[in-house]
Design a binder for this molecule. Sequence first.
Ligand SMILES: CC(C)(COP(=O)(O)OP(=O)(O)OC[C@H]1O[C@@H](n2cnc3c(N)ncnc32)[C@H](O)[C@@H]1OP(=O)(O)O)[C@@H](O)C(=O)NCCC(=O)NCCSC(=O)C[C@](C)(O)C(=O)O
Ligand SMILES: [Mg+2]
Length: 349
Amino acid sequence: MKLPRRFFQPLATGAPAPFRDLPVKLERMIHFVPPHNDKVRARVPELAGTVDVVLGNLEDAVPADQKEAARKGFVAMAQATDFAATGTGLWTRINALNSPWILDDLFTIVAEVGDKLDVVMVPKVEGPWDIHYIDQLLAQLEARHGVKKPILVHAILETAEGVANVDAIACASPRMHGMSLGPADLAASRGMKTTRVGGGHPDYRVIADPAGDAPRASAQQDLWHYTIARMVDACMANGIKAFYGPFGDFSDLAACEVQFRNAFLMGCAGAWTLHPSQVALAKKVFAPDPAEVAFAARIVAAMPDGTGAVMLDGKMQDDATWKQAKVIVDLAKLVAAKDPDLAKVYDLG
Ligand SMILES: CC(C)(COP(=O)(O)OP(=O)(O)OC[C@H]1O[C@@H](n2cnc3c(N)ncnc32)[C@H](O)[C@@H]1OP(=O)(O)O)[C@@H](O)C(=O)NCCC(=O)NCCSC(=O)C[C@](C)(O)C(=O)O
Ligand SMILES: [Mg+2]
């Protein structure tokens, strides 16, 4: 284990020092763009003002014979738009560490647009050793190309081994921005008997005990509850952010909304949007409910220094509910700073 004192030292001479505190940013959705698709790429300048993060995807969903076109397309879209002007994050998902494309992905992108890139998303992370490798390589490339701001790393949790090592991945480097659930690869890696990208399955259920001849009540259960809970604990314990990941059935916005909301309530900051139809949904779900914000603001106002016990509407409030209220009020302020309509509704001054 590296000594704590050395944890924040740059890993290459001339590389920028890692952030001590991560930048505080609203990241309700990580919007996936296929950069080899000229038509979609042409929309990026307009799209950039409407989403919190634009991610150029180089990995799965890009055909093998278009990997180079996707990489070039990403560089072109990064150069063509001033993402910082709208406070929009610019991310890329590189190819996996065992693929033939990863070196060219990182060598090209850091050289061409390293100063514009906020986060590199790394797929199929199995353990902290994968993060250490990327950490060192990014530091060398940052130094070589004079990149001034450290590029952060976001891991996808999408293998059984990755889940087993989730805590070690979360604290592997000060570059760690967060983690996303990768339900499709994870299902395959675990030997789950599904063919979906996220969401539930009609056969994963509980059934009530028999009671005479009455029909037995039965309800579908959440396949992802355990993994999301582990991911949220690993991330929050290490001061980084957890995200739901993708929901592949674009035709079922209702199911997508429920999955996103469960993740939000359990501590996730956002989810991926793969299609324009999911963007409004993510905006709705990953902003706190106005009634909750109003109640949370009353708790904070009733306990100005955050200690003691008071009653509000028959409900006991104390130091711990004050902390919950702070989570909601702080998020509402972040949302309000970006969304004038919600700022009016929240009315937080
Ligand atoms: C699936 C596709 C091909 C359907 O694209 P389409 O054109 O066939 O769909 P459409 O419904 O006809 O699209 C309507 C309009 O929206 C546009 N559009 C469509 N998508 C987007 C987009 N993302 N951003 C901006 N615009 C978009 C599209 O070009 C079209 O424009 P038009 O009306 O002018 O003709 C397309 O939506 C797409 O490529 N989405 C991203 C897919 C992707 O990145 N998948 C990988 C992430 S999930 C994953 O990897 C798993 C994971 C984590 O690894 C693991 O669980 O293991
Ligand atoms: Mg995957």
